[in-house]
Design a protein around this ligand. Structure first.
Ligand SMILES: [Zn+2]
Length: 277
C-alpha cells in the first residue's frame, strides 16, 4: 500500500505512473524506498515525502513490460497504462525478462573485454567486478527473478539457478564476497560517498548500506555497495576512472592480483558464453 502523502505527491506529477520494485510485490526491507516509474521524459531523482523516500524513475513508454508487479498510481486516456498492463501477460513479461538477462550477460562480456584492455591493474580489477555484477543480474533474470539491488544477494540465495550456479559462484568470487568484513565495509562506505557525490541516489545508497550494516548483513552490504559503485563507475568516462582509480580501489575493495584476476575472468567468461549459447 502506498501512503496517501506519497500517492498525492506522485499524482501531482505529469504523466502516467506506477509503483514498481519491491514495494509493489516483493519483500521490502524497512530501508527500502518507494520506486515509482513515470512514463515519459525526465531526470531520475530521489525525494523525501514526509517519512518516506521516493525514487522517481523516468522510463520510456514502450518499457511497460520490463517491470514485474506494478500498482498504477495515475493513468491517462491517451496512454492507457491499465490496458497496457493487462496486455502484458506473464508470457510476454517472462520473455522481456529473459531478454534483459541476455543483454546483461552481453554487457558482462563487454566489461570483461574492457578489463583486458585496461592500462592500469586497478582499472582491470574494476571492470572485472562490474562484469561480475552484470553476470549475476543476467543469471537471475534468466532464472526468472527480477533483480532488485538491495535484495540481489538474497535473490541469489533463494533462486534456483539451473545451469548457472557455477557461473554465479565465479561471479561472487570476482566480487570478493568473502572479504565482507566491517573494516572493509567502513573503508568502502566513505569512498562510495565521495565517488557517488554527484549521483542523484547517493544518499539513498548510503542509508541502505547503513541499515544493512546495522542488521549485521555484512555480505549483503558489501555486495550492495559494490554494485552501486560499479553502476556509477560504468556510466563515467576513462578520464574519470584514471583520476579516481585510488578511490575506486577503496570503494570496491579492489585487488591488484593480476594472475588471480585473469583466472577468475576466464571462468566468468566461460559461464557467460555458455549461458548465451
Ligand atoms: Zn527493497
Amino acid at each position: 500500500m502506498i501512503p496517501a502523502v506519497v500517492r498525492d505527491f506522485v499524482k501531482s506529477l505529469p504523466g502516467p505512473s506506477a509503483l514498481v520494485g519491491c514495494m509493489a510485490g516483493g519483500q521490502p526491507f524497512p530501508c527500502c524506498e518507494y520506486d515509482v516509474a513515470l512514463f515519459g521524459p525526465g531526470a531520475n531523482s530521489v525525494v523525501q515525502i514526509g517519512d518516506h523516500a521516493v525514487e522517481l524513475m523516468y522510463v520510456e513508454k514502450s518499457h511497460v513490460l520490463e517491470f514485474g508487479d506494478m500498482e498504477i498510481i495515475k493513468d491517462s486516456k491517451s496512454f492507457s497504462l491499465s490496458s497496457r498492463v493487462k496486455e502484458a501477460t506473464q508470457e510476454k513479461r517472462g520473455k522481456a525478462l529473459r531478454a534483459s538477462g541476455r543483454r546483461a550477460l552481453v554487457t558482462s562480456l563487454m566489461y570483461q573485454q574492457r578489463m583486458k584492455d585496461a592500462k592500469q591493474p586497478l582499472l582491470a580489477s574494476m571492470w572485472l567486478k562490474a562484469g561480475a555484477y552484470k553476470f549475476v543480474r543476467g543469471a537471475l533474470a534468466l532464472a526468472g527473478a527480477r533483480p532488485m539491488p538491495v535484495h540481489e544477494l538474497g535473490q541469489v540465495r533463494q533462486t534456483e539457478l539451473v545451469g548457472m550456479a557455477e557461473g554465479v559462484q565465479a561471479a561472487l568470487e570476482c566480487i570478493g564476497i568473502e572479504r565482507a568484513t566491517r573494516p572493509a565495509i567502513a573503508r568502502s562506505v566513505k569512498a562510495v560517498a565521495e565517488l557517488k557525490s554527484g549521483d542523484y541516489d547517493s544518499r539513498l545508497v548510503q542509508s541502505k548500506a547503513d541499515w544493512l550494516l546495522e542488521k549485521s548483513m555484512l555480505a549483503d552490504c558489501y555486495y550492495f555497495l559494490g554494485r552501486a559503485t560499479c553502476e556509477s563507475l560504468a556510466s563515467k568516462n576513462n578520464a574519470f576512472h584514471s583520476r579516481y582509480a585510488k578511490l575506486a580501489q577503496l570503494a570496491l575493495d579492489l585487488s591488484a592480483d593480476q594472475q588471480g584476476l585473469e583466472k577468475l575472468q576466464k571462468n566468468l567468461s566461460r559461464a557467460a558464453k555458455k549461458a548465451l549459447s
